[in-house]
Design a protein. Structure first.
Length: 151
């Protein structure tokens, strides 16, 4: 049985509600899911302890913060043995402009979401940081023109 199969409809409703609005009070959450406060609070604590809820975060307007330019970058590596992948992964973690990094089962190895101030800043990050990551052989960039859905 998969771990997620252990969740009942109330657990799933709690997770759904909190993923949309992480600052819901226990009282508001209980009203949304149809349980009293005490069992909802116990369920939230259990979901946190079991790792279903990894944390709570504010959704920041990145455009107002001055880093609204988003590009997706396909990365092909010259070496895909474990040591090379580990070196690439460690370097990505240390690159703040890379917001997301996904290893892919595709004609390329990784898909990066990169966030910068503008296209000039992106070009610098691509040339000086992404291209210099361990084992990078080739990159292809796709610039976001408009964000339609973010969650």
């Amino acid at each position: 049985m998969a771990i997620s199969d252990q969740l009942d409809r109330f657990d799933r409703a709690i997770l759904h509600a909190l993923s949309r609005e992480g600052r819901l009070s226990i009282a508001d959450l209980s009203e949304k899911v149809g349980l009293s406060k005490t069992p909802v609070q116990a369920r939230v604590r259990r979901l946190e302890a079991e790792g279903f809820i990894r944390g709570y975060a504010a959704i920041v307007d990145r455009e107002k913060m001055g880093d609204g330019h988003v590009a997706f970058v396909q990365v092909k590596l010259s070496d895909t043995r474990s040591a090379a992948l580990d070196a690439f992964n460690r370097a990505v973690i240390g690159t703040p402009e890379i917001e997301q990094c996904h290893m892919m089962a595709a004609s390329f190895d990784y898909l990066l979401k990169v966030r910068t101030r503008d296209i000039a800043a992106y070009r610098k990050v691509l040339g000086e940081k992404i291209s210099a990551l361990p084992h990078v052989a080739q990159t292809s960039t796709f610039v976001v023109m408009e964000m339609v859905k973010d969650r």
